[in-house]
Design a protein around this ligand. Structure first.
Ligand code: PEP
Ligand code: MG
Length: 587
């Protein structure tokens, strides 16, 4: 039994069988296969070579037409290398002699060849190194690409183990087929983690080197509550986790009774509890879980799962579906938050050096006005079907907010001219998720109808910690007094200006933070739909004076560790059933 500690990003526990997803961006782990699978691996290799040769042939022909014979020679040379038995035979031998996967054997042999060329003092050999790497990537893409499409064809319930997953890869998982996942890389609020929430499957990220150890078919426990991955668990551990899963199932059932109860504290103060969604289909889930409506619709996920920019009509269909599914409850649309780890980098011709500080969110929209206008048209048209709100992401300057509102009003004029229906009074708000927006909240409050505090980004920008980077994950915490101080200021500014302020970062759905958020004055939270019942349960178990006392106490701490430990302790007292008693040591 091997126990690995990672970062819990989506709750729940699953016991299942591993499917390892390879990744051409990382070293391919050495993985052995059964003797009976050896020839199938050799055949996979032959197919990958044949596909690569065919790919090179079409590239050669294209280069010859577009660029001339000289340029086309490079592809002919690559084809020649793949036909050379001096390169391919050692790969077949390695698969057969060492009983390893075609991926590993190819990667290892290409690497050996590249290193051999690199040691040559003759420059004509030396320059071949890049060609070898290029070929390695081409062949691996064939092998691993096939592995990734394998996912969509999975027939049984699987637990995916991968080095890293993009948000769109996770979004393409079939519900009911992929039961959980764990990755070597990733941080607490990476968008891949958020997708796991949306799918309602347990996930652990930042595990370090799990792909070096897991193999297809291994038994594994993914514990998304504690951030633990247990490979080859023993009988007793499996029994213990099965009992825990059952306990949590019963606890979940007991929470279901709260669905139609109001979300108010014991002393009768109402806390508006909304759901965060990524896809229109989740809107109904928000209501089913007892949410008041949608507090954050991350509209960019439609881009993430498409291979083209969705048209106005495609967008409208989705937005209208969400508004209609909410049956009169509000839908808060956030305009495109593309960029950073979402969408643009993988498709960019020149990836940015520092994408989280780059052309993302509202900046991207304001630089791509036709696209932004198409989205606003679709959103406004959907607003005719039910109560909607529009919110802009990552506002950092007053000018951005004003420009975004100007474009919105311009689009309204167009719709009016065209006689298309929309809600003229649609409330317009902004995310407060950059330090500048938080510090200047009082000014911003004069220019918009509501705020939503996005702690996922606020934390990374206040603490200078990349939210997706597992190497600095221990530094990423909303419990840092600097973050809490800023949040308090934002709530105060909003209250003074009498505009609504909500919190839609992941901490809003983390019951360790519920009392603190109420204590600093928040009366509106937007959380992943699955977290609604539990948060409601906490709200109904506390009173305002108690929350304010807790917030004052937290305000006296100067370290995030103190804050985090205190919050955990207090939450455990309120709702001990949500914390577990499993025994596997993780440190
Ligand atoms: C946030 O930053 O807290 C937020 C809710 O937005 P996202 O996670 O989509 O960046
Ligand atoms: Mg954000």
């Amino acid at each position: 039994m091997e126990v690995y500690k990672g970062i819990p990003v989506s709750p729940g526990v699953v016991i299942g069988r591993v499917v390892v997803l390879g990744d051409s961006r990382v070293r391919v782990p050495r993985r052995q296969v059964k003797a009976t699978q050896v020839e199938a691996e050799v055949a996979r290799f032959e197919e990958a070579v044949a596909a690569s040769v065919a790919e090179l042939e079409s590239l050669r022909q294209k280069a010859e037409t577009d660029l001339g014979g000289e340029a086309a020679k490079i592809f002919a040379f690559h084809q020649g290398m793949l036909h050379d038995r001096a390169l391919t035979e050692p790969i077949r031998e390695r698969i057969r002699n060492e009983r390893v996967t075609a991926d590993y054997a190819s990667s290892a042999e290409f690497r050996r060849l590249a290193e051999w060329f690199a040691r040559m003092s003759d420059s004509s050999f030396f320059t071949k190194v890049d060609d070898v790497w290029d070929l390695e990537r081409r062949v691996l893409r064939q092998l691993l690409g096939e592995q990734r499409t394998r996912l969509s064809k999975l027939e049984r319930e699987a637990v995916v183990i991968a080095h890293d997953l993009t948000p769109s890869e996770a979004a393409s998982f079939e519900r009911g087929t992929v039961m959980a996942f764990a990755t070597d890389a990733g941080g607490r609020t990476s968008h891949t983690a958020i997708v796991a929430h949306a799918l309602g499957i347990p996930a652990v990220v930042g595990v370090g080197s799990i792909t070096d150890h897991a193999r297809d078919g291994d038994t594994v426990i993914i514990d998304g509550d504690r951030g633990v991955v247990i490979l080859h668990p023993d009988e007793e551990t499996i029994r213990e986790h099965e009992a825990y899963i059952e306990r949590m199932r019963l606890f979940g059932l007991s929470l279901a009774d709260l669905r139609d109860e109001t979300c108010e504290t014991r002393d009768g103060v109402h806390v508006a509890l909304y759901g965060n969604i990524e896809f229109a289909s989740e809107a109904a889930t928000v209501l089913a879980q007892g949410g008041l409506g949608v507090g954050l619709y991350r509209t960019e996920f439609l881009w993430l799962i498409s291979d083209h920019e969705p048209s106005e009509e495609e967008q409208y269909t989705q937005y209208a579906a969400a508004v209609e599914a909410l049956r009169g409850k509000v839908c808060t649309f956030r305009t495109l938050d593309l960029g950073a780890d979402k969408y643009t980098q993988s498709r960019a011709e020149e990836p940015e050096r520092n994408p989280f500080l780059g052309l993302r969110s509202i900046r991207y929209s304001l630089q791509n006005l036709p696209m932004f206008r198409r989205q606003l048209r679709a959103l406004l048209r959907a607003s005719a079907l039910g109560p909607s709100r529009i919110m802009f992401p990552l506002i950092t300057t007053a000018m951005e907010l004003r420009q975004a509102k100007m474009v919105l009003h311009d689009v309204m004029e167009d719709l009016e001219d065209e006689g298309l229906a929309f809600d003229r009074d649609v409330p317009v708000g902004m995310m407060v998720e950059s330090p500048s927006a938080a510090v200047m909240a009082a000014s911003f409050a004069k220019e918009c109808d509501f705020f939503s505090i996005g702690t996922n980004d606020l934390v990374q920008y206040v603490l200078a910690v990349d939210r997706t980077n597992e190497n600095v994950a221990s530094l990423y915490t909303a419990a840092h007094p600097a973050v809490l101080k800023l949040m308090k200021e934002v709530v105060r500014a909003a209250r003074r200006a009498q505009i609504e302020v909500s919190c839609c970062g992941e901490i809003a759905g983390d019951i360790e933070y519920t009392m603190l958020l109420i204590g600093i004055g928040l009366r509106s939270l937007s959380v992943s739909p699955g977290a609604i019942p539990l948060v409601k349960r906490v709200v109904r178990s506390v009173d305002i004076a108690q929350c304010e006392r807790l917030a004052r106490k937290v305000g006296s701490f100067d370290s995030e560790r103190q804050v985090a430990a205190f919050l955990r302790d207090q939450a455990r007292k309120i709702i001990p059933e949500a914390f577990d008693g499993r025994s596997v040591e993780t440190d």
